[in-house]
Design a binder for this molecule. Structure first.
Ligand code: HMH
Ligand code: TZE
Length: 216
């Protein structure tokens, strides 16, 4: 069993909760209320900007120049995906720029930036891995079940597509290589970081579904 197989096994209950979440189910059916997708895509624009910064931090801190190149490319892709997807939906749903981060987005982006700044590159890589891997699995899950004429097909196609699949495979290979070079203690930190980001993925969808706002 590879290290990343172990990571996935660790988060199996979290992943099942994500698949069962109303946001994912209604997105699949094309029945997700516009306001929920609007909230999601607006927060996701803020998320992807910081996610890209987290990947750039990993690039800057990597010893291996192949990894510098790869993290730089991921960082660039995150912005390009954000622009492509969000321009479509921003126009369609009249989304306003300049919105504040809501709790899950705030928690997730701060966790990613703190971890990629202050922990080892291996632990930082484990923290960003769920963003790749969970989205690929959820994307494929939705794609297989999605209704035709789904208003969210551009989103679904991005994450269920071949280009994204290839990025995820590259990120998995980097993570396994970094884990092989890490000791038991650092591997434990990698597992914790992977689990925390996976939990935050659930919260990110849940915030959109409940239209969560700061209470004070
Ligand atoms: C919250 C979140 N996680 C992961 C991805 C995949 O890039 C995304 N767009 N948004
Ligand atoms: C993980 C991820 N999400 C959107 S772009 C990106 C990097 C893929 O190259």
């Amino acid at each position: 069993m590879t290290f990343t197989d172990q990571l996935w096994q660790d988060i199996s209950p979290i992943y099942e909760s994500i698949l069962k979440h109303g946001f994912v189910g209604e997105l699949t059916e094309g029945a997700l209320p516009t306001a929920m997708f609007q909230y999601y895509i607006q927060q996701d624009a803020l998320y992807l900007a910081d996610f890209s910064r987290a990947l750039s931090l990993l690039a800057a801190r990597s010893v291996n120049t192949d990894d510098v190149l790869q993290f730089t490319q991921f960082a660039q892709n995150a912005i390009l995906v954000e622009r492509a997807l969000h321009e479509t939906y921003f126009a369609l749903y009249d989304i306003q720029p300049g919105t504040a981060k809501m709790p899950a987005c705030f928690a997730y982006t701060n966790f990613l930036l703190a971890t990629t700044s202050l922990q080892s590159v291996a632990v930082g890589a484990a923290a960003v891995l769920p963003c790749f891997w969970i989205y690929r699995e959820v994307g494929k899950y939705i794609y297989q079940r999605a209704v035709r004429e789904n208003p969210y097909h551009a989103w679904i196609d991005t994450y269920a597509g071949e280009a994204f699949d290839e990025s995820v495979n590259l990120m998995l290979a980097i993570t396994d290589r970094l884990a092989d070079a890490a000791g038991a203690f650092e591997q434990g930190l990698m597992r914790d970081a992977f689990r925390t980001s996976s939990q935050l993925e659930w919260y990110f969808w849940n915030d959109a579904y409940t239209q969560n706002r700061w209470l004070v």
